[in-house]
Design a protein. Sequence first.
Length: 568
Amino acid sequence: MGSLHVLAIPYAAQGHVIPLMELSQNLVMHGFKVTFVNTDFSQERIVKSFAGKDDVRDQIRLVSIPDGLEAWEDRNDLGKACEGILRVMPKKLEELIQEINRTDDHEIACVIADGHMGWALEVAEKLGIKRAAFWPSAAAMMVLTFRMQNLIDDGIVDDDGTPVKSQKFHLSPNMPTINTANLPWTSIGDSTAQTLVFKYLLRNNKSITVADWLICNSTYDLEPDAFSLAQTLLPVGPLLASNRQANTAGHFWPEDSTCLEWLDQQPACSVIYVAFGSFTVFDKAQFRELALGLELCNRPFLWVVRPDISAGANDAYPEGFQERVSTRGLMVGWAPQQKVLSHPSVACFLSHCGWNSTMEGVSNGVPFLCWPYFGDQILNKGYICDVWRVGLGLDPDERGVILGEEIQNKVDQLLMDEKFKARAMELKEMTGHNVREGGKSHNNLKNFIEWINIFLVARSIKLNQSLQNHDLLSEEDDVVGGFLEQLVGLDVSIVDRNEAPECLQLVRNLRARISAIAKASRTPSYSATKARVWSSRPPPPHFGYRLAAHCNKVRLPKHTCDTSTTGE
C-alpha cells in the first residue's frame, strides 16, 4: 500500500496559509504525502520562508496556480481578488490535479480546502476525490458566515449584505455580541468590494456542503456555544508549530530572530509585544499616535513594523522617537511570533486580533490589548474582552483615532490587574490540555487522520467481478460490503471461494477500526438550539460518523466532536 496523497489549498493570506501548513505537517508526520497549492503571487514568498527549514521543505511539495489577477494588481482589494479566484482558479486547479494524477506515483486521494475556497471542493467532487473543508478561524465565524442567508431572511441585511439598520444581536448567549456595523464583509473596502465579498461567501456556503469532513482550527472548550450551533464541525486546534516543538512555516516575510536575544535581556513579564498581522495598515497620523503611546508607557516593547504597514513607515515615526526609545524599544520587520509570545519577558500582546494571533496568545497565557482592523478580528476581540475576559479593547476618539494616552492608560490597566493574567493562564492550561496526548483536539485530529487512512485501506481492496457467491457473506459482512461501495465506489465482490477469506478479513479489520473510532469519539449531546445555522441545507453528516453509523447500524449522534469538559 502506498502513501496517501493529500492536496491542500489555502486562501492566499498569511492567516490562512499558516494553519493549513501546520495541518499539512501533521499529516506528513503520519506518513502522508502533501502537495500544497499556493497562488503564483504568493509562492515565492512562501518558498523563501522555508529557508533553513529543511525538515518542512523536504516533506511538503509546494506548487502554484494563477489567482486571476495581474502581478501589479492589489491583492488587498478583496472584492477584485474574489472575482479573480472564481474566474481562473477552478479550471487551473482541475488541470493541476489531472497532471499530478497522470505523472505522480500517487494520485490525489483527498483535497483539503480552506473554508473560503469552497469551489476547490466542487473541483474535487467532479474528479471523484474525497474532500475536507478546513476552517482556519473561529467556529463562531463559521456559524456567522453560514447564517448569512438567515440574516437576509430575517431582514438584518439586504441581498447585498448591507445592514438594513444598526442593531446588535447574539447567535448564542455565550458568544460575542455582533454589531451590524461590524459584520466581517462590511469592513472590507468600498461598497462594491463589500458586495462582491458577500456574494462570494454566499456562493462558498453552498460549495462547502459537498465536503466529507468539516474541521476547524479551534477547540470546543474555547467556543462551546459555537460548536453547539455547528454540530458537524470537528475542532482540531489550536494548530501551532509549538505543539510539535518545530518551526512555523508559511510566513510572507522573513523572520528576524535576533529579537529573541533582545528579549533574553529584558525582565520577566515586562515587554509589550506589538504586532498587527499581514493586512493592517495605518495612516501616518495613527502610526505616530501608536509610537507615542508606546513611548508614554515607559516600558520595554517589541514592535513588528512591516515595510508596508504605513506609507513611508521609516519616515512616519515622531521626530526623535527612535533615539528616545533606543534603550527599551526594538522595532523589527517580522518576528517569530510563537517563540516571542512564549518568552517569559513578554507581559502583554497589543494585537489586531487575527485568529492565529489570538490562538498563539491564548496558548501562551498572554493578556491582550485589542486593536482589530477588519473582518473576523472584531468578533475575535469580543471573545477576548467579553467572553474570556483576558484583554481590553482600545477606544478611538471622536475622529476615529486611537491616541497615545489611550494606549498608555489601557496598558497600565491591563498589567496592574492580576486577574487578566490569571484568566489568561487558565486558558493556556485549557488549550494545552486539548492538544496534548489524550486531549479533545488531539483525539479529533488523530481520528480525522485515521478516517483518511481507512479510506486508503479501502482503496487497496481491489476485486475483479460482481458478487456471485453471496452465500459466503454473513449479514454483517454484507453491511460492510455496502459500506465499502459507499466509501470508495468499488463493487465489493468475491472472485472465488479461495480468495474470499482473505478479502473478508480485510473488510472485517476495516470495520473494526471504524467501530473503534466511533466509540472513542462519541460523546453525550447537549441541549438542542432553535437557531438556524446553515444557509440552505445542512452540510452532510461528518464523514467518519456516517461510515461508523453505516457499519454499526446505529443512529448518528447529534455531535461529531469531543465535547466533554476539560479535565474529564
